[in-house]
Design a binder for this molecule. Sequence first.
Ligand code: PLP
Length: 466
Amino acid sequence: MDGNFNDNDLDKVVSADKAHVWHHLTQHKPFETSDPRVIIEGKDMRVWDQNGKEYIDSVSGGVWTVNVGYGRESIAKAVHDQLMKLCYFAQSAGSIPGSLFAEKLISKMPGMSRVYYTNSGSEANEKVFKLVRQISHKKYDGKKYKILFRDRDYHGGTLATMSAGGQDERVMQYGPLAPGFVRVPHCMEYRKHELGLEHLSGAEFGRAAADLIEDVILKEGPETVGLLCLEPVTAGGGVITPPEGYWERVQEICKKYDILLHIDEVVCGVGRTGTKWFGYQHYDIKPDFVTMAKGVASGYAAIACMVATEEVFDLFKDNPDDKLNHFRDISTFGGCTAGPAAALENMRIIEDEGLLENCTAMGDRMKANLDALMEKHGVIGDVRGKGLFLGAELVKDRDTKEPVAEKDVMAVVADCGAQGVIIGAANRSIPDRNNVLCFSPALIATADDIDAITDAVDRALTKVFG
Ligand code: PLP
C-alpha cells in the first residue's frame, strides 16, 4: 500500500488496517477474523463503509462527537482558510481564531471567563487536576489536594484521569494509579438499591445521593479535599441523568467545604443535551471549571478546552516576583489554529440552524419512541437521557435488574448494523456489563431519522430476545 489508492483499492485499505492498525477499545483476536468495517465517507447523518453500505449513524461518529453532521463544507473552508493563513503558533502567543472562539464560548457561559486550549478531553481534565494541586500549594500549604470523582463517571485515558475513573473495567490492570483521588457513590435512581436509598424517590433521593458525597468529604477531612469532578449527565457509565435536587445539594456541599467544582462536559458540551449549550446549564450550578472536547468542533479538528472562572484565574496572577506563581503548563497542539477556526463555524451552524431546539424536539421524540419500546420489550428496564443523548438499559428481569449478558447486547448492536443503523453500548462500570444501548444522533436529526433508528432497535430486540 503506497498511500495512493482509489475506490478500487479499498480492499487494500482493509488489509492494511488489519495488518497495522491497533484499534481503540478492541480485542484484536476476534477482530482479525471478523469482517471489519472501515468507514469511508459521511454526509449529514449517514456514513458509508468500504463495501458501499449505507448506515444511519445514531452515535455521531461512535463517541458523541459529530454534533453538526458530516460533510460540512463551511467548516472545511474555515479550517482551510485558517491553515493557509497560519497553521500553528504556540498558544503562549495569541491567534485570531483562538481569541474569537474564546470570546464566543465565554458569551455562552455566564460566570466563566478564561479558556485554555488543549487537544483532548483527557488533557483538558488533567489541566484542572494540575491547577487544583497548584491552588492547594498556593492557598492551603499543599493540604487541600484530594480530587473526588464519582462511581461510573469517566474522565479520560491518561494515568491521572484514569485515577479519577469510576468505571472499573477501564482501570483494572493499569495500577498503581496516581494518589489523592477518591471515589464517591453514583446518583443513579434506577439502581438506588446499590446505595441503600431504595426507600426514597424524586428530590428526596437526589438530595440523599448528594449527601453521600458529603459523607466521603467528612471521612477524608474537608481540609484535604480540593475538587469535586463530575459529569453533568454520565455518558459511558450508562447514560445516567442526575436525579431532581441532586445538583443543588452538590453545589451547597462544595460551598460549605470550600471545594472547587469541575464539570466534565466532554460529552454533553456544545449542544448535546438540547436547549442549553452545556449540560450543567440545565441545573442551578456555578462551576469553577468546565472542560469540553467532542462536540466543540464536531470532529472536524482536534480541540478541547478547559474553562475557568476569573476568580480561579486571578490566583495565578498574584505575587509577580514569584517565578512559580503562574500555571507552568503547555499543550503543543493546544496551539493549532484549525481547532478554534472549526469550533467558531461549528457554533455558528448550531445557532443559525436552531440545532439546540431541534436537539430538544428530536430528543423528546426519541425518548418517547424508546419508552414505547420499553412497553413492548420486557428486556428494557429503563430509558434515560437528555436531548439527543439517550440510553436504554437492558436487564434479564425488571425486579432484580440483573443486566443481560454483554454478548446479547452486542448481538443487538450487530443486528442494527446489519439493518444499516449504527448504535452504541455503554456501561463499563464492571467488566462484562456494557448493557446500556446508547443513542446520540447528530443534532440535525429529522423525525424520519429518529423513527428509522428506533424501528431498527425494535426489530433487533425482537430477534435477539424474542
Ligand atoms: N470525559 C468524558 C466524560 C468522556 O466521555 C471522555 C471520552 O469519552 C473523556 C473525558 C476523554 O476524552 P478524550 O478521549 O478526548 O481524551
